[in-house]
Design a protein around this ligand. Structure first.
Ligand code: NAD
Length: 412
């Protein structure tokens, strides 16, 4: 089942439970705007290569749309649409004044040189220029993109406008109007909600075994902060596989190993494992923080975690979700668990619009307040409605967007 099919099924279930009228339900099933662009660039060898880029704006009902830009070989319109829809729910669940969007370019960034990446980014940004802006649609990084890519998007947009517009993207370098705490925000949020989830289950963080799939921005920060909270990170992975040490991995040594250009699976202090094996390791906390669709009907039965914290977007298929819950696994859904990034992106945008910047402590403590409140609201709704946390989170989010749609009405 594709990520889009999964996300649509989740929406249908939430809308049915809420009794959302069919017109609004239909409206929510469709993105407001989908843009497909071709991105021709000159390679360093002087050849022309043409990539395909996307920007999907699912909703702008609650405010300008917000969502990342992904560079990955699997990017396609369906995936970007699904991720844009998830952004709508995530922003609504957190009470942010945003709709949802997502973008991407189908490419393998690891095969592009620094200059090719810059040309690709600047051309893509030029192609989507008309539909982005601080009051329209505000991109951020996602898989395969980073602060540098955001700096190029901001600069390209600013050159077209003839003035510097820091608020057009978030997760920029701090020097260019980025927020302190933004780089770590998603992983930090994952750690905060994990602590809430463990407390709810009556489990101790101290000594709890953690397994993290994907050791990028989200996974590596979540792993480090959970380690600082007393957990034992026993396995992590990247695209090429993972490393497992039941006594706990030395994360600093692992980072040094990665900085030397070697993959996770070759880390000498752990056993090399595949990503599939990693998902089946005995642990208290499993954090999928790579791609969507990783936990499926085919492997859900083998998962031995007590708590799954979805750092990635859409890592669990609908069928796997049901099987895992039946098996007693508690799942903190993506739109709750990985919302730390968009929350601090919101703080960054507010700071950019005001040209007034906050201290890191303030960013982190406001992040914790918003996330913890959202977790508790969602938990209360789940117990009131006797539903799982994902359904409750979606119900709260869909209800908010549906009510706003009702108030605004259908133009004309
Ligand atoms: P990243 O590019 O920094 O890291 C991704 C990691 O996943 C890398 O270690 C990569 O090697 C690994 N990976 C890639 N393909 C894999 C595969 N097939 N199997 C196992 N590992 C694989 O990306 P990121 O920003 O950390 O994003 C990770 C996930 O978190 C994505 O699903 C993204 O949508 C989601 N997310 C990110 C943010 C953010 O602020 N960065 C916010 C919310 C959600």
């Amino acid at each position: 089942m594709s990520t889009l099919a999964t996300v649509l099924e989740q929406l249908d279930q939430a809308a049915d439970r809420l009794g959302v009228e069919p017109q609004i339900h239909q409206h929510l099933r469709h993105p407001k705007r989908s843009l497909i662009v071709s991105v021709p660039i000159q390679t360093d060898a002087g050849e022309l290569e043409v990539f395909t880029g996307y920007r999907v704006q699912h909703s702008m009902t609650l405010g300008p749309s917000k969502g990342g830009i992904r560079y990955h070989p699997d990017v396609d319109l369906d995936e970007v649409t699904a991720l844009a829809m998830l952004m709508t729910w995530k922003c609504a669940l957190m009470g942010l004044p945003y709709g949802g969007a997502k973008g991407g370019v189908r490419c393998d960034p690891s095969k592009l040189s620094f200059r090719e990446l810059e040309r690709l980014t600047r051309r893509y940004a030029s192609e989507i220029y008309l539909c982005i802006g601080p009051d329209r649609d505000i991109p951020a990084p996602d898989m395969g993109t980073n602060e540098q890519v955001m700096a190029w998007v901001m600069d390209t947009y600013s050159m077209q406008r003839g003035t510097t517009v820091p608020g057009v993207v978030t997760n920029k370098p701090v020097l260019l109007g980025g927020s302190l705490g933004r780089v770590e925000a998603t992983g930090r949020g994952v750690a905060y909600v994990t602590a809430e989830g463990m407390a709810h289950l009556g489990l101790l963080l101290s000594g709890a075994r953690v397994v993290v799939q994907g050791f990028g921005n989200v996974g590596s920060v979540a792993a480090r902060l959970l380690h600082e909270m007393g957990c034992r990170v026993v396995a992590v992975s990247d695209v090429g596989g993972g490393s497992y040490n039941p006594e706990g991995l030395d994360l600093e040594a692992l980072q040094a190993h990665l900085r030397s250009g070697q993959p996770v699976r070759q880390y000498p202090e752990g056993d090399a494992i595949t990503n599939e094996e990693l998902l089946q390791l005995p642990c208290e906390i499993l954090v999928p923080a790579a791609l969507g669709g990783q936990l499926t009907a085919g492997n859900a039965g083998a998962v031995r975690a007590r708590l799954i914290v979805e750092g990635a977007n859409g890592p669990t298929t609908a069928e796997a979700d049901r099987l895992l819950r039946e098996g007693g696994v508690f799942i903190l859904p993506d739109i709750l668990a990985n919302a730390g990034g968009v929350i601090v992106s919101y703080f960054e945008w507010v700071q950019d619009l005001q040209f007034f910047f906050w201290k890191e402590d303030e960013v982190n403590s406001r992040l914790r307040d918003i996330l913890t409140a959202a977790f508790r609201r969602t938990l209360a709704l789940a117990s009131r409605e006797r539903v799982d946390l994902r359904t409750a989170a979606l119900m709260e989010a869909v209800d908010r967007v549906a009510r706003a749609t009702r108030l605004r009405g259908f133009y004309p």
